[in-house]
Design a protein around this ligand. Sequence first.
Ligand SMILES: O=P(O)(O)OC[C@H]1O[C@](O)(CO)[C@@H](O)[C@@H]1O
Length: 334
Amino acid sequence: MKYDMYDEILQQPRSLMETLKKEKSHMDEISNELCEYDKIYLIGCGSSLSTCYSVRDAINICYDMDIGIFTGYEFLYHKKIQDKNSIIILTSQSGETADTLAALRKAKKYNLKTITITNEAASTMARESDDVILTHCQRENAIVATKTYINQLLCLYYTLFGVYDDEFSKNILKDLEKLPKVTDELVNETEEESKLLAFEFKDDDMFYCMGSGPNYGLAYKLAMTMFMEGALKHACPLYSGEFRHGLIEKVEEGVPIVFLEADLPGDVLTRKSIEFCEKINAKSIIFSMKDYSNLNRLLSPFILVIPLEWFIYYLASYNNKDPGSTRHIGKVRY
Ligand SMILES: O=P(O)(O)OC[C@H]1O[C@](O)(CO)[C@@H](O)[C@@H]1O
């Protein structure tokens, strides 16, 4: 039995190429425009929210950009946005999620400029926001978000790093342009090893997911949408630095913990946690950027997500679950 998510994993490199080809010059314009604002709000839900965390935590390792992140719903109750010279970037693959749409309408009520990153050109959010960046993924069926995730992340990294005109940022943009080729190789090379890993863990029910910097966003996506929505397993995301502030008391022999590691500054603590878990025979599952790619480490979520997608796909399949289906809510909610 082959589920929709399988083909959607394979379609990622091509969709990245299309988005770069069709949106690059528009994203360059938006990057120039962003310089005029004091604060950027990034808003989304679930997988879309995770892309906001990743780009903020990547950019703030290098630059002092003032970025606020909200889920659509929480943004509605945030008092102070009207005081700032702010711009709102909303991420929603469907362009219809009720919480994110409500945030868009609130921003418009305060006359704030809104930009939506979406995969659906005809969606309500695309129609109602001031500007749109389209991800060119064609329709995505699997709830878990594969090609729309990686393309949203691309658009956020491209526009926000594009604000800076120095060598470092230019190199990040160059690395982003290599993604179609790099992900094409990864999609082909990582399926078998992730399938074996999934077989080993198919009967486990609870996974902790940990990362630092931009990989916290990926840990969030992994736990919230990939394990819980996709593979129907319990999962909990955390920043690596939080390991000692709670999880350390609960982790014990046999508990599986996924570590996302890219030798970023905060990964000193990821490695300490790995060492601790090895000592007590917890089941560490380590995904390290160095094993997959030599692109800039800040791009690690783009890279690590590919073997993780195969892992989740097969984890669900071994349990006879479609990782793209949903029990309670469809893609357009409420
Ligand atoms: O990106 P959209 O279309 O706003 O959808 C958000 C929804 O999609 C998911 O991220 C799953 O892909 C859910 O967690 C969330 O409810």
